[in-house]
Design a protein around this ligand. Structure first.
Ligand SMILES: Nc1nc2c(ncn2[C@@H]2O[C@H](COP(=O)(O)OP(=O)(O)OP(=O)(O)O)[C@@H](O)[C@H]2O)c(=O)[nH]1
Ligand SMILES: [Mg+2]
Length: 223
């Protein structure tokens, strides 16, 4: 019984990986840098995307795929910024899968620079599913506590980038930014780390710079 369950999971992850690889190749050919944002519920994914809008445009074009169990709320927040957004409602599933992104693919405009995928709020399940992104970002908000990287290691070891969010709240909390960074880097030394606040805008210019350099690198590679 257990053996069969393990086999089903392996098949599911294997087929997800294959679909994700095809998506990544198509996005790369089009020069669209794609990010997968993963965090616990409420860590500030949508707020980050809202505050990136004015910093990315008019120089660059962005679009957003929103993943939630229910409601169109996050896509509505993004559209209110004048940015195209598609909402995927998983109807109970705790993560997005590559085939869900594949279904939307024909609707994604070719002239985009950045495509952001906001995963379902969950620090565990989304870590196992490649969506075809170029950059995976894990967000850890200060109210969640600085001890999370080693408690939930997979999402930190599979990410390229760590965003410590809600930096404006740090003075009110027993959250040690250096401890959070140190623990995350101990399990994944390659993580690019940023400390940001979508409320005050602190740290966002550095993150946008990172996005622009990553876009240039992708386009040079696929020129
Ligand atoms: N103080 C402070 N609050 C923030 C910041 N970013 C987001 N919030 C608040 O945190 C709450 C959750 O923010 P969201 O952006 O909706 O979080 P999310 O990760 O998209 O949530 P889900 O999509 O439900 O997983 C909201 O009340 C935001 O106003 C920040 O930088 N500082
Ligand atoms: Mg959200």
């Amino acid at each position: 019984m257990i053996k069969k369950e393990i086999q089903v999971k392996a098949d599911l992850l294997g087929s997800n990986k294959a679909v994700a690889a095809t998506i990544r190749e198509k996005l790369s050919q089009r020069g669209i840098l794609t990010l997968n944002l993963i965090s616990s519920p409420g860590a500030g994914k949508t707020s980050l995307l809202e505050s990136l809008a004015s910093r990315i445009r008019p120089e660059h074009e962005m679009a957003v795929i929103e993943g939630d169990i229910e409601t169109e709320r996050d896509a509505e927040r993004i559209r209110a910024q004048g940015i195209p957004a598609w909402q995927i409602k998983t109807g109970g599933a705790c993560h997005l899968e590559a085939k869900m992104i594949g279904k939307l693919f024909p609707e994604i405009p070719s002239e985009l620079d950045f495509l952001f995928i906001e995963n379902v709020g969950n620090l565990v399940c989304p870590a196992s599913f490649d969506l075809g992104e170029h950059i995976r970002c894990v967000l850890l908000s200060s109210p969640e506590g600085d001890d999370k990287p080693k408690k939930y290691p997979k999402v930190f070891t599979t990410s390229d980038c760590l965003l410590i969010t809600k930096a404006d709240l740090v003075p009110l909390l027993p959250f040690d930014i250096e401890r959070a960074k140190k623990e995350a880097l101990e399990i994944n030394p390659a993580l690019q780390t940023f400390v940001i606040s979508s409320l005050t805008g602190s740290g966002l210019d550095e993150f946008v710079e990172f996005l622009k350099i990553s876009l240039q690198n992708l386009r040079q590679k696929y020129a």
